[in-house]
Write a protein that binds this ligand. Structure first.
Ligand code: A3P
Length: 328
């Protein structure tokens, strides 16, 4: 088994999973994690050319952890002076633009050809006071300038329990496979891949642990957020998130309901029913905006995983996270 270390040329990869395996295209192993061919060049570009600034805010996650939700929340928080969120405001960008377009992914730079935030030769953006960017890249593979402590650039990591992440991933993969006319993957096949660590930006556990450990060692740098906590108590979580981002809510804002307004603006039901998120496409012609908003629940895995699968995943998770202080 080999890995792609120095080249973005997928043909040089020894270790891959083809179209008949996991995804709609080939998945390669790069620096210990698995990635679809389309993202490789962008990740290399990010690693080599991105120079972090003090004001940069990076949103990181495993795919299907609720990234789009975090993008919406963070965008609404940091831009709330420019774009107030109170109910009578009909001009908030989130009402007409997908969170994926407001907060671009560095990993999929090729789908944002005109995005100045992704032009790493520019030191500041004309669009906003800070660069708000998203990535699925694991912590150890982030650009040196983000990790070396030379700037105050901050990272928010959103994690979700492995069961729901897997189910969401499996649904999404099959939606895309279907759009590309590739045969759907049986849940048993996808589950084996996931448990073996072969998933988009997986292994899942390594990804989560990388950011978890950094959040413990460097809590001012990495803020560790859980999807389940956000669902259960969105307002206190949002308040903490805003403080971490350096955009804490004032007492006055809080008393006027600013936190609640953002929670409501970014709620699953609200975002999902907006025209922009019901229609239109993102990333490529083969991903519809509506495919991003499926159920948005905690515990949907109970409808799909057999007791044997649950036991295997629980055991694996316990083994992998043992001694880390992290549990699901
Ligand atoms: P489900 O497939 O379980 O419904 P990502 O953005 O990382 O791809 O994650 C997508 C998952 O987050 C999907 O999970 C999606 O429904 C859920 N999601 C999207 N927006 C959400 C929101 N505003 N609140 C809660 N969950 C949301």
């Amino acid at each position: 088994m080999g890995t792609i270390e120095d080249s973005c040329d997928p043909s040089k990869a020894m270790s891959n999973v083809g179209r008949d395996g996991l995804g709609h295209s080939v998945l390669y192993q790069y620096q210990g994690f698995w990635v679809f061919a389309e993202a490789l060049e962008n990740i290399k570009d990010f690693q080599h050319n991105f120079k972090a600034l003090d004001t940069d805010l990076i949103l990181a996650s495993v795919p299907k952890s609720g990234t789009v939700w975090l993008k919406a929340l963070a965008f609404a928080i940091v831009n709330r002076t420019r774009y107030p969120t109170f109910s009578s405001s009909h001009h908030h960008p989130l009402l007409t633009i997908s969170p994926h377009d407001l907060v671009p992914f560095v990993d999929f730079k090729h789908v944002y050809p005109d995005c100045s935030l992704l032009d790493y030769t520019k030191s500041t953006s004309h669009e906003s006071a800070c660069r708000l960017l998203a990535t699925h890249v694991p912590y150890p593979s982030l650009p040196e300038s983000i990790m070396d402590g030379s700037t105050n650039c901050k990272i928010v990591y959103l994690c979700r329990n492995p069961q729901d992440t897997f189910i969401s991933m499996w649904h999404y993969m099959n939606t895309i496979r279907n759009n590309y006319k590739v045969t759907p993957l049986l849940i048993e096949e996808a589950f084996d891949f996931f448990c073996e660590g072969v998933s988009d930006f997986g292994p899942f556990w390594d990804h989560v642990l990388g950011y978890w450990k950094e959040s413990l060692e460097n809590p001012h740098k990495v803020f560790f957020l859980r999807y389940e906590d956000l669902k259960e108590e969105p307002e206190p979580q949002l308040k903490k998130l805003a403080e971490f981002l350096g955009h804490g809510f004032s007492v006055e804002e809080e008393s006027h309901g600013a936190i609640k307004e953002i929670v409501n603006l970014c709620s699953f039901q609200h975002l999902r029913n907006l025209d922009v998120n019901k229609n239109g496409k993102i990333f490529s012609d083969n991903v519809a905006n509506k495919d991003i908003f499926r159920k948005g629940e905690v515990g949907d895995w109970k409808n799909y995983l057999t007791p044997i699968m649950v036991e295997r995943l629980d055991r694996l998770t316990e083994e992998k996270l043992h001694g880390s202080g992290l549990a699901f």
